[in-house]
Design a protein around this ligand. Structure first.
Ligand SMILES: [Zn+2]
Length: 68
C-alpha cells in the first residue's frame, strides 16, 4: 500500500508519516485520519490529517499543496 506523505512547513520537503493506506480508504469521505509526525528534516512535530496529506503515488502530480 502507498505511504502517506505530508509537507514540512519549515523546509517544504515531503515527510512520510509512517502510515499506509489504500486509495479507496484514503479517498473515502468518512473516517478522517489525524495524527502527528516527528519531522526528520526540521525535528519538529507536525500535525496532519487526510486533508493535508497525500499518497506517495500522487507525488509526481502534487507540486504545490493547497494551503488553508
Ligand atoms: Zn518539518
Amino acid at each position: 500500500m502507498p505511504e502517506l506523505l505530508v509537507r514540512c512547513p519549515i523546509t517544504h520537503r515531503s515527510v512520510p508519516v509512517g502510515f499506509r493506506t489504500d486509495r479507496a480508504a484514503f479517498e473515502s469521505p468518512k473516517g478522517d485520519i489525524a495524527s502527528a509526525v516527528r519531522c526528520p528534516h526540521c525535528r519538529r512535530l507536525h500535525g496532519w490529517s487526510k486533508r493535508t496529506a497525500w499518497l506517495e503515488d500522487d507525488a509526481q502530480r502534487v507540486t504545490v499543496p493547497l494551503f488553508g
